[in-house]
Design a protein around this ligand. Structure first.
Ligand code: SF4
Length: 246
């Protein structure tokens, strides 16, 4: 896998696994091992494993933007898990600069009557087609494409449209729907509390294991053995946490 820690700075591939953990009060509730660098694709397997361990799905999940995707939001909703899972650009979109940028697709006004958007120069952007993508997990993602009628000679073309054709915007309505729910949760008092708690909870556990205990590499090889190894590691971590509290 391509590792985050790249001491040679040459993007070299190295053998490794993606270790996912769920914690509560710095105790590990569950762990899974994955053969992918992409955290997004690990969420559902991890949640199913948690459900098996705990006998039920957790009621709430707090996670960073690495896990926020349409298919994950849908999965969590279907399983009645209250998601406090950031999406890409969640922090950026809180800024005044982002909210007031007239060229951002998110800021273009939508006209429900004729299913169109209005571009920054007041031109109508009409629906042209749907774009369908099947993700690695077989999830069907639908984007609706809208296009401006004529960008030729537009005085703001340089900042608005970097393609050779008339500007096209892609709208994922289902994702936007989930994002509005998640945004409301994350900016609520409870959401703010969870957001500040998350790094102290789960990141601290990685900190304790990797830095305090100097555990930087798996000692065994192969998925099955590494699963046992991290299981023992999680067990010893939890025991030390419980012992420290008593
Ligand atoms: S470049 Fe096209 S889409 Fe952008 S403001 Fe001009 S006409 Fe509108």
């Amino acid at each position: 896998m391509r590792m985050k820690e790249d001491h040679m700075l040459n993007g070299q591939l190295k053998p490794g696994y993606n270790w996912q953990i769920s914690t509560e009060n710095q105790c590990i509730l569950g762990y899974t091992i994955h053969q992918t660098t992409n955290d997004i694709n690990t969420l559902q397997t991890h949640m199913e494993s948690l459900k098996e361990n705990l006998g039920k799905m957790p009621e709430t999940l707090v996670a960073d933007a690495g896990y926020g995707s349409e298919e994950n939001y849908e999965y969590l909703e279907k399983n009645s898990v209250e998601a406090y899972v950031k999406y890409q650009y969640f922090h950026k979109e809180q800024s005044k600069k982002w909210r007031e940028d007239p060229y951002r697709t998110e800021n273009l006004p939508y006209n429900k009557e004729n299913d169109s958007y209005t571009c920054p120069m007041g031109q109508q952007m009409n629906f042209i087609k749907e774009k369908i993508k099947i993700t690695d997990n077989g999830f069907r993602q639908i984007k609706r494409l809208y296009q401006a009628e004529n960008c030729n000679g537009c005085p703001v073309r340089d900042v608005c449209n970097n393609s050779k054709s008339n500007r096209i915007i892609e709208i994922n309505e289902r994702l936007n729907h989930y994002k509005s729910i998640i945004r409301e949760r994350l900016t609520s008092e409870r959401g703010k509390k969870y957001r500040s708690q998350r790094p102290v909870d789960v990141e601290a556990v990685f900190g304790i294991i990797k830095w305090n205990r100097n555990y930087r590499k798996f000692l065994l090889r192969g998925l099955e053995k590494v699963e046992i190894e991290v299981g023992l590691l999680a067990l010893s971590h939890n025991l030390s946490k419980i012992a420290a509290r008593n």
